[in-house]
Write a protein that binds this ligand. Structure first.
Ligand code: NDP
Length: 489
């Protein structure tokens, strides 16, 4: 079995303990991963703290930091075939997606590399005589970054790139599920010339690794992506260090389809919005809200299109739909589908493991039709390939259903009526609204949710400010002596 190492303070180390990583397509162990301990985390954070203050890093100009990020982006592109293969092997995500996604991830490093030296302070026209004042923006310090098992390279990039551009140092904890691409990626920091300790990458279990990291007294900033339950742990952990925390959490994103929508485009967007990545995406459009007049035709067209999706081995370029990443995920989806059928959902298609793939964590593209609003599949996150459809009567009803969730990450609106699209987008409580499209993403645009979908935003220029804090500098410009404060004038 291949053995991976963690990367601490510029060194690749074999961990004292390891655990087996399972190939989701064959259900067999294929690699040994380092099980980083509390002591490893402590060493990595202390190294990051030293590196933060060391002139090898703090003495670089912002332009030099930007150039390091450009170099990293180039190396990432060169390493894309190898990293894509590793991600596909370790998570079951299809090779078509991992290849194209990694190339795009390089753009995040370039975007923030370019922004590094645009991080300006501000001169303030202060309301005091003989005084000048300005605000500096300084990097916040050591960042604890934690990512979940889907898209670990991408979810790391949206944290690492702005943090490093701002001048922070980072200790990153990969998920214990599918960490191979991230552990292999560590090498590129070395090759790009980042000083030791600026980035360390570990993997270990939530409690002995994640918890120690997020409560560490030298951590000043936490950037977390994962589920709401873990987020609550993180917030409790941060009570120890009072670290500034951002949270990117789950979703139950609605797609609203009005009768005037272009159905060809809508069907393609729904299929891509949910069944890409086998539904294991935080922005998966998992709730389809359809006007009652077009319900039969849209259901029929989705059924026909979804039936043609090619299920297969994730490492084949012909495959459009691979296995789920873990057995835990498969069991969770089976359970939620069963509970939803018991509660009255109608099974339109799927709802089982495919007979063509009995080995591997495969689950068929599944469509459930709900006539009532209280069915579990309309409220709980699957994080898998299950589309739940609910009809609506009118615009008001559609908005009420869209907002009938504690989540608020993304939403989609399909209509040719621009006035309606703008009205509905204002009324929906979600951090992202896509109109006549779905699942678009760019380093230039903020990404994040309302409610249980999270706190703060990643992406866009503003995200870099979240890795800084201001320092207010006051300068007295008069040469007159300061008068004695206890002498009455
Ligand atoms: P989890 O919340 O279970 O885990 C996320 C990360 O937190 C993992 O690295 C995990 O480590 C770690 N962790 C677990 N317990 C602790 C703890 N006590 N302290 C610190 N860290 C801890 O999420 P999943 O991995 O199951 O990922 C799925 C979730 O992520 C879904 O809800 C999904 O919607 C969300 N997500 C959100 C995105 C967004 O941008 N909004 C994007 C992608 C996913 P370990 O793996 O070792 O347990």
């Amino acid at each position: 079995m291949r053995e991976f190492q963690h990367y601490i303070d510029g060194q690749f180390e074999t961990a004292a303990q390891t655990f087996e990583s399972i190939d989701p397509a064959s259900e067999t162990p294929w690699a040994l991963m380092p099980r980083s301990t509390a002591e490893d985390v402590d060493r990595a954070v202390k190294a990051a703290f030293r590196a933060f203050h060391d002139s090898k890093w703090s003495g670089l100009t912002a332009t030099q930091r930007g150039k390091l990020l450009f170099r990293l982006a180039d190396l990432l592109e060169q390493a894309a075939p190898e990293l894509a293969e590793l991600e596909t092997r370790d998570t079951g995500k299809i090779i078509r997606e991992t290849r194209s996604q990694i190339t795009y991830i390089a753009e995040y490093y370039r975007y923030y590399g370019g922004l590094a030296d645009k991080l300006d302070g501000r001169y303030v026209s202060i309301d005091k005589a003989d005084t000048e004042a300005y605000q500096l923006r300084e990097p916040i310090g050591v960042v604890a970054a934690i990512v979940p098992w889907n898209s670990q390279l991408f979810l790391s990039a949206v944290k690492l790139a702005p943090a490093l551009a701002a001048g922070c140092t980072v200790v990153l904890k990969a998920s214990e599920d599918g960490p191979a691409p991230l552990l292999a990626f560590a090498r590129l920091f070395h090759e790009a010339g980042f000083p030791s300790g600026v980035v360390s990458i570990l993997t270990g279990f939530g409690e002995d690794c994640g918890q120690v990291l997020t409560s560490h007294p030298l951590v000043a900033r936490i950037a977390f992506t994962g589920g709401p339950e873990t987020a609550r742990h993180i917030v409790r952990n941060s009570a120890h260090n009072l670290a500034y925390t951002t949270l990117e959490l789950g979703g139950k994103s609605p797609i609203l389809v009005f009768p005037d929508a272009d159905l060809d485009s809508t069907v393609n967007a729904i299929i891509a919005g949910l069944f890409a990545a086998t539904g294991q995406s935080c922005v998966a459009g998992s709730r389809l809200l359809v006007h009652k007049d077009i319900l039969p035709i849209l259901v029929e067209r989705l059924k026909v299109r979804a039936a043609t999706i090619r299920i297969g081995p994730p490492d084949s370029m012909d495959t459009e739909f691979g296995p789920l990443a873990t057995k835990r995920q498969l069991v969770h989806i089976e359970d939620l589908v069963a509970r939803s059928l018991n509660a009255g959902a109608e099974l339109i298609m799927g709802g089982k493991r495919p007979s063509s793939h009995t080995t591997g964590y495969y689950y068929e593209p599944t469509i459930l039709l709900c006539k009532q609003k209280d069915i579990p599949c309309l409220h709980e996150e699957f994080f898998g390939p299950v589309l739940s459809i609910l009809p609506f009567e009118n615009e008001e009803d559609a908005i009420a259903s869209a907002n009938n969730t504690p989540f608020g990450l993304a939403s989609g609106i399909f209509t040719r009526d621009l006035a309606r699209a703008k009205r509905v987008s204002s009324a929906i409580r979600s951090g992202i609204v896509w109109i006549n499209t779905y699942r678009m993403i760019s380093p230039l645009m903020p990404f994040g949710g309302y409610g249980l979908s999270g706190l703060g935003r990643e992406g866009g220029a503003e995200a870099m400010l979240d890795y800084t804090r201001t320092k207010s500098v006051w300068i007295r410009t008069s040469d007159e002596p300061i008068s004695d404060p206890f002498v009455m004038r």
